[in-house]
Design a protein around this ligand. Structure first.
Ligand code: MG
Length: 387
């Protein structure tokens, strides 16, 4: 249950109003604010914001969130400025997840908090950066962006409070933790919706970005069942689509057919669980998702993207350069930890030098990492940036 001392009549009234609002809007199996297990450090109810709304705002206002604008999703900044960054990907995930959540009558504030958080732990240079740091830290616990997200929001982010971290609700932390452990009951429906929205978003926008960058051609997509389904959906809408906007229309319809399928399938699953609450729905192992046919079609598209986009020679070269840079800087800083910013030097005495250097590098944006490489390695300097 949500704990915390009510500071005023206003707060008390607003907690009541919040409950009335959620009772009117949410399905029984949604996560209600009043069912929250609260926060590590108790806080009074905010006069006009619910607990998950506050979580969302804290993530949005964090420095780590802003740095997502300087982190690559799949394609680097040197390849242009049309394609998604880690930030715009996150925003697309949030909007798709909220759309799904509203139809299923789930807690949209919780969904948005989870969505804005879901990629916050990515290091510079995307998955190649993650693989490089994991290799650097293989004898020191390894590195995963999901784990680092928790480190960021619980330890490294600072606010005006006397304690470190964002003091997010248990449900948001548990949702992020499930991505690491996959242990226990199935996660809250809100967590599942965000993960599904993540895959819907990247399936569609990676097609868009790869087409725009010329890594693939539209006609290469013709044999894919999901693309054929999306084009059929588009034809039914009776839009007149010029050849110039075929790419945009395809991306739009790829998102819609996946969302529609997921919603139809999930509403069928949830229809039988109408009276259960959020905990009971988890205990019976409810898993939201796509129909088996749609799941197959998505796998075919993902395989296509893997072979033709993610392993494209143009990307491979950039990635191996990025990995080399991270490894070189890791070694340099591990051998000279006195170069780290002061708060990381202090942290190194508790967490160990290797882990701390890995965390320091993971928090940098792609550009800052490039600048640091130039200063530290190519010019032999000794100045590092604080973050
Ligand atoms: Mg993502």
């Amino acid at each position: 249950m949500l704990t915390g001392v009510m500071t005023s009549k206003t707060a008390n009234l607003n907690l009541c109003a919040w409950n009335v609002r959620e009772n009117a809007l949410l399905a029984p199996y949604a996560m209600f604010s009043r069912q929250s297990e609260g926060r590590k450090y108790d806080e009074p109810f905010h006069p006009y914001r619910g607990p998950y709304q506050r979580d969302r705002d804290r993530v949005l206002h964090s420095a780590a969130f802003r740095r997502l604008s300087g982190k690559m999703q799949v394609f680097t900044g040197s390849m242009g400025d049309y394609h998604r960054t880690r930030l715009t990907h996150t925003q697309e995930v949030a909007t798709i997840a909220r759309t799904i959540g509203r139809v299923l009558r789930l807690n949209e504030d919780l969904i948005e908090a989870l969505a804005l958080l879901h990629d916050i732990g990515h290091p510079p240079y995307g998955h190649s950066g993650e693989a490089a740091l994991n290799e650097c830290l293989k004898d020191h616990g390894g590195f995963s962006h999901n784990q680092f997200a928790l480190t960021l929001i619980e330890e490294l982010e600072t606010r005006y409070t006397p304690y470190a971290g964002l003091n997010l609700t248990y449900e948001v932390l548990a949702g992020q933790n499930f991505r690491i452990t996959h242990a226990g009951h199935s996660p809250l429906l809100e967590v599942q919706v965000v993960d599904l929205a993540d895959s819907i978003a990247y399936n569609a926008h990676d097609v868009d970005d790869a087409l725009k960058l010329g890594l693939i051609k539209l006609n290469q997509l013709d044999p894919l069942a999901l693309v054929r389904r999306a084009r059929h959906w588009r034809d039914q809408q009776q839009f007149s689509v010029s050849s110039n906007s075929a790419r945009q229309m395809l991306v739009h319809s790829l998102i819609d057919v996946q969302v529609e399928n997921m919603l139809d399938n999930s509403q069928e699953i949830l229809g039988e669980l109408k009276q259960l609450d959020s905990q009971a729905v988890r205990e019976v192992g409810t898993v939201l998702g796509f129909t088996p046919l749609m799941a197959d079609e998505r796998r075919e598209l993902e395989q296509f993207l893997f072979e033709n986009v993610y392993r494209h020679p143009q990307l491979s070269e950039i990635r191996s350069q990025a990995a080399r840079r991270l490894k070189t800087m890791f070694e340099r800083l591990v051998s000279s930890p006195q170069l780290l910013p002061e708060r990381f030097q202090n942290r190194a005495s508790r967490s160990g030098v290797e882990r701390t250097v890995g965390e320091y590098l993971a928090g940098l944006t792609d550009r800052t990492c490039d600048d640091l490489y130039l200063q530290l390695i190519e010019l032999g300097g000794t100045k590092v940036v604080e973050w």
